[in-house]
Design a protein around this ligand. Structure first.
Ligand SMILES: Cc1cc2nc3c(=O)[nH]c(=O)nc-3n(C[C@H](O)[C@H](O)[C@H](O)COP(=O)(O)OP(=O)(O)OC[C@H]3O[C@@H](n4cnc5c(N)ncnc54)[C@H](O)[C@@H]3O)c2cc1C
Length: 398
């Protein structure tokens, strides 16, 4: 259980995690991260090993399965601190492995699945990915085309397309989301979907890489499943309830993305502050002008505000608060953090003037990186839809 508490003090475990994160970050320079997030996608093997050795990959995994048995609050501290100290793309690496793998299996895996997969995930030896998104469905997941048909000998034959599946080229296991009861036969459109533990290297899965124009550490792919075969033992949790169980994966996913965004925003603004203090034009540091100071101060305060929402949502998860209430605060946190991160990185580019576009300063890469989180996972518009409908009780607009 997390040692997170109500109030604003940093807990001892959180401070210890931040210290470890700073130490790890200190061993990897900007060139390393440019290669990890660049088109060549250098595999961050040394970094991942360090995170595993320090216990960070098992932060939320119970001790009996090799983890630390801590909470989301500590996980947010780790991700924020790593990114703030220059480990760009950490949030995606953590989402793909720690959340899609570790959190899903901890929450809903069978005893056998936990025993087999959690420890290697915590040790950094097993890599994960998740296949939820589809070309025709987009954010409208219940309308997915991928379906699993159960044969007489209890095999599930799975067919359908998936899109934007990150890290499948490096993954040993995949969380695969498929409809097990046709949409027309369920009383609620969110029912009849199941989670499968799948083998990404199976011949029944064709993968094609997507070329993106933003820095991130995992390539993304389109998939086609042709008669992929799964068994009852491959189902994670309760058959037909996958979209409900997935709340326990996508809410932490949104928070890790948010924590990464806050770290990125702070990293960018710290560079802007250093630059504004040094750079002199018109015989004084540019940072002495309010027109330069104020937007930095404004962006900094928005990151701070967003972090309070992230902390609140993480605390709600750790305390086992109502899933729907937790989703609302997670969505608000995601909205505020990713918008604040984009504003912060944009301001960092602006403060650097022309030099903001030189790769060596890093801020233009951070700006591009922060753009992704306004769309995925879960766009700004979908966060606003959720707040309007569930928090404000306004009519559902779609
Ligand atoms: C780099 C990257 C990596 C990803 N990795 C993964 C992964 O590993 N696994 C995975 O399953 N998915 C992944 N995704 C998918 C991601 O999580 C998003 O869910 C997905 O991009 C959204 O679907 P779409 O792109 O088809 O958008 P659409 O649903 O087509 O939406 C397009 C636009 O319309 C807006 N819109 C749609 N409906 C509404 C509405 N009702 N009201 C207001 N606005 C609306 C959206 O906000 C958005 O701006 C990834 C995406 C990216 C870009």
């Amino acid at each position: 259980m997390s040692s997170a508490q109500v109030g604003f003090d940093t807990t001892e475990s959180e401070e210890a995690i931040r210290e470890v994160a700073r130490e790890i970050a200190g061993d990897y320079d900007q060139d390393y991260w440019m290669e990890v997030n660049g088109p060549e996608k250098r595999r961050p093997t040394g970094y991942w090993r360090d995170c595993a050795d320090a216990g960070l990959l098992g932060t939320t995994v119970p001790e009996e399965f090799g983890g630390q048995g801590l909470g989301m609050s500590e996980l947010m501290a780790a991700v924020e601190e790593l990114v703030k100290n220059g480990c760009f793309g950490t949030e995606m690496l953590f989402v793909v492995n720690v959340i899609f793998g570790g959190v899903t299996l901890t929450q809903h895996g069978s005893r056998e699945q936990k025993e087999e997969y959690l420890e290697p995930l915590v040790d950094g030896d097993l890599h994960f990915c998740m296949a939820l998104t589809e070309p025709n469905a987009g954010h409208n997941a219940p309308e997915m085309d991928t379906h699993a048909e159960q044969t007489e000998d209890n095999i599930y034959r799975i067919n359908g397309p998936k899109q934007w599946i990150s890290g499948i080229d490096r993954a040993d296991k995949m969380l695969l989301v498929a409809r097990t009861t046709p949409l027309e036969e369920v009383s609620k459109r969110t029912m009849g979907v199941s989670l499968f533990l799948a083998d990404p290297e199976d011949d029944a899965i064709d993968i094609r890489q997507l070329e993106t124009g933003i820095p991130h550490p995992e390539n993304s792919f389109e998939l086609d499943l042709h008669d992929y075969e799964a068994t009852e033992d491959d189902i994670i949790g309760t058959k037909g309830m996958g979209l409900y169980q997935l709340f326990d994966t996508v809410n932490p996913e949104r928070l890790v993305t948010s924590a990464g965004g806050i770290g990125l925003g702070r990293c960018a603004l710290n560079r802007a502050i250093d630059y504004a203090s040094d750079r002199e034009v018109f015989d004084q540091p540019i940072g002495s002008h309010q027109a330069v100071q104020h937007p930095i101060a404004d962006a900094w305060s928005k990151l701070e505000a967003a972090e309070q929402l992230v902390n609140k949502a993480a605390w709600m998860m750790d305390e086992g608060k109502d899933r729907r209430d937790t989703a609302e605060i997670s969505n608000m946190a995601k909205l505020r953090a990713t918008e604040a991160a984009y504003e912060a990185t944009d301001q960092a580019v602006q403060t650097h003037g022309g030099k903001g576009f030189l790769r060596k300063h890093g801020v233009v890469e951070m700006w591009k990186g922060s753009r992704l989180a306004r769309v995925a996972p879960g766009s700004t518009e979908m966060m606003l839809n959720d707040i309007a409908e569930h928090t404000l009780d306004l009519p559902r607009s779609y």
